[in-house]
Design a protein around this ligand. Structure first.
Ligand code: G3H
Ligand code: ZN
Length: 303
């Protein structure tokens, strides 16, 4: 079984991106895992601080570990948007494979200093853990916003990326390149798409010298995502799209039987609905340049 680092390296070599999907319950986790298994592609499961608080830090770690071991499958767990050192340490101690240490709301120098400290503490717990840092502003909240905020003045510059990586030693960098967290109502309705600054992605990737993660992937134009992968994005985070599908699947499950109260008869509707979204996103992210199926998916030799 390969570790998260080699799976990431392999994605870069093959011109594909790893799909990262946030979960806050077993329905979402089942949907994400089942889609990755069906397509035979490695997958990252993410939990933000709020999602971890709901599921339990050690509990979600145990669930993902159980899937990885039972199915001998490359599924990894990321502590997403972790704002404090205590919470990052808790995740590392619970066995998370990676941590997004997110001090991006602070001024650049402070963000860099805290991220560097976090890396030192986390690598002391687990030298193999991947640590991602974040710069720029891509908004907060994987939910439905009334309108899309204009964040264009907070885009990451190549020079900021270079300085941040050189000072902190992050393994992975999350820049602001036209992406934003959450979806506007128009995006949910399919009337509007997020558009990415592809040229900036390539410049930031070259300056950073480490793999890039694209946060806020929900509602992004498909062609932009393809070009972003070509430009140097190696991990793509999707959350709101899954939450929207979770809700509509749940509503369908409840509507299917007026007197239905059996969770395992209602919830499969939500699993199926979320799984469709994950399948579509994973297909897009893994549509690499290599031709052999094994090279594309990575699973055959990743497990
Ligand atoms: O870390 C989580 C992601 O960046 C998700 O963003 O809700 O816009 O897909 P999203
Ligand atoms: Zn994010």
């Amino acid at each position: 079984m390969q570790d998260i680092r080699s799976v990431l390296e392999r994605a870069q070599n093959n011109g594909v991106a790893l799909g990262h999907f946030n979960v806050s319950d077993l329905v979402l986790l089942k949907a994400v895992f089942s889609a990755a298994q069906e397509l035979r592609v490695p997958v990252l499961v993410g939990t933000s601080e709020g999602e971890r608080e709901f599921m339990g830090v050690r509990q979600v770690a145990a669930l993902v570990r159980a899937l990885r071991e039972e199915y001998d499958f490359p599924v990894f767990l990321n502590a997403d948007h972790t704002h404090t050192l205590d919470s990052a340490v808790e995740a590392a101690q619970a066995g998370f494979d990676s941590v997004v240490f997110d001090a991006s709301a602070l001024p650049f120098e402070q963000n860099a200093r805290l991220t560097r400290q976090a890396i030192e503490a986390l690598k002391a717990i687990n030298p193999a853990i991947l640590v991602e840092g974040e710069i720029g502003n891509i908004g907060t909240g994987s939910e439905i916003h009334e309108l899309a905020t204009d964040l264009s003045k907070y885009l990451t510059t190549p020079e900021e990326a270079r300085q941040f990586v050189a000072f902190t030693g992050v393994d992975v960098l999350a820049p602001a390149v036209g992406n934003m967290h959450g979806m506007s109502q128009k995006m949910v309705a399919g009337e509007m798409k997020k558009r990415l600054d592809i040229q900036r992605i390539a410049q930031v990737r070259a300056a950073a010298g480490v793999p890039l993660t694209l946060h806020g992937g929900s509602g992004t134009d498909d062609e932009d995502l393809r070009r972003a992968i070509d430009g140097g994005i190696s991990v793509i985070h999707i959350n709101t799209e899954l939450r929207v599908a979770w809700r509509s699947g749940l509503e369908a499950g409840l509507a299917a039987g007026d007197h239905q109260v059996v969770p395992y008869k209602v919830l499969p509707f939500a699993v199926a609905s979320v799984k469709q979204v994950v399948l579509a996103r994973l297909r897009l992210f893994n549509d690499g340049k290599q031709t052999s199926a094994e090279q594309k998916t990575g699973v055959a030799s990743a497990v």
